[in-house]
Design a binder for this molecule. Structure first.
Ligand code: TXA
Ligand code: MG
Length: 320
């Protein structure tokens, strides 16, 4: 198992030596390595069992550092950075030659993010390279929102996990790119579409395709627990349909009376979408540990962080 702690100097030394360290962020925990060192970044793909065609996001702590490994930053990107960084937003920017092919899977753009977490920001401040970091879960599985989640799944493969508590946002960053100066959303996430549109006007959303060439990692099936997740219209009717099976319930703001309490997880009793996002992966993970035949769930209101939650629910329910 990995060592878990808050020793930034130890994390820094490991990263400078080309090793892996798991880092807390406000969205989910990341599995980090030096993003400018292909050998170090290769260890991420290996530990996660991640296909090499799925590019990594590079994390740093200042716009000045962003400028050192990207080029042609559009005006709208500066406006978004000013408003939302540090925060749950990743931008796809043209990469400078210093970024190795492996980090970006040979693509022309690199995903960049300044995360909003005190410990990770203080680590990034002390590094003279960005940290490539995907979510710290085995490829295709549920993303981790605590140090313990990371340790459970990847503890054997990494040296050190920085413990930064529970990830507050709970779902991954919203990914934005630019085409002909138009902002396009490639992944719905922890920053709402509404907030983005307040800054840059109406944006196109291109986050549905399972074979989206701009974002090869956004596969249809993802975030999947080991038992099937069934997405339906109404929990009660679904529970009746699957009577006789051991059914788990992932409810938005209510559960069901005739299902054991321990087989249910309510995302937010007060129907708050931000709270639901924070608890989503925790809930999926919890139900996954209950030895269920299947998990039934429904979509949440499609507004604010609800869009990101619904995206994750659809992917966890998708087969193959
Ligand atoms: O919130 C987050 O974004 C977390 C934390 C750790 O920052 N990271 C994260 O990384 O979710 P990951 O690798 O699990 O998901 C990143 C997604 C992938 O689907 C990948 O294909 C896409 O972003 N992506 C990364 N770089 C890209 C690029 N240059 N062009 C297109 N898509 C890219
Ligand atoms: Mg991921």
């Amino acid at each position: 198992m990995a060592e878990i702690g808050q020793d930034i100097q130890q994390a820094k030394a490991l990263l400078e030596a080309g090793e892996l360290v798991a880092i807390p962020t406000e969205t989910v925990y990341g599995l980090a390595a030096n993003g400018l060192n292909a050998k170090a970044a290769a260890k991420i793909f290996e530990a996660k069992n991640r296909p090499s065609f799925d590019p990594l996001i590079c994390h740093t702590n200042s716009m000045e550092k962003v400028e050192s490994f990207t080029t042609n930053i559009p005006k709208k990107a500066y406006a978004l950075a000013e408003k939302f960084w540090p925060g749950p937003m990743t931008m796809l920017l043209d990469r400078a030659p210093v970024v190795p092919d492996l980090t970006v899977s040979g693509l022309g753009r690199v995903g960049v993010r300044i995360p909003d977490h005190e410990l990770t920001l203080s680590l990034l401040e002390q590094l003279d390279f960005p940290l490539a970091a995907p979510s710290a879960n085995p490829f295709g599985y549920i993303s981790p929102t605590t140090a313990a989640h990371v340790n459970d799944q990847l503890g054997e493969k990494i040296n050190y996990i920085i413990d930064g508590g529970h990830s507050e946002v709970g779902i991954e960053s919203t990914i934005i790119g630019f085409e002909n100066d138009e902002a396009i959303i490639y992944r719905l996430g922890g920053l709402s579409v509404e907030e983005i549109e307040d800054v840059v006007g109406p944006v196109k959303i291109n986050a549905h395709s399972s074979s989206n060439p701009a974002a090869p990692g956004m596969l249809k099936s993802h975030y999947a627990p080991s038992c099937p997740v069934i997405l339906g219209e109404e929990l009660k009717a679904m529970a009746q349909q699957y009577a006789g099976k051991k059914v788990g319930v992932l409810g938005f703001d209510y559960g069901l009376e005739n299902i054991p309490a321990e087989d249910q997880f309510v995302l937010s009793v007060r129907g708050d979408l931000n709270e639901a996002a924070t608890r989503l992966f925790m809930g999926l993970r919890y139900l996954d540990g209950q030895n269920l035949d299947l998990i039934i769930t429904t979509l949440v209101p499609d507004e604010g962080l609800g869009r990101g939650i619904n995206d994750r629910l659809k992917r966890s329910a998708a087969k193959g």
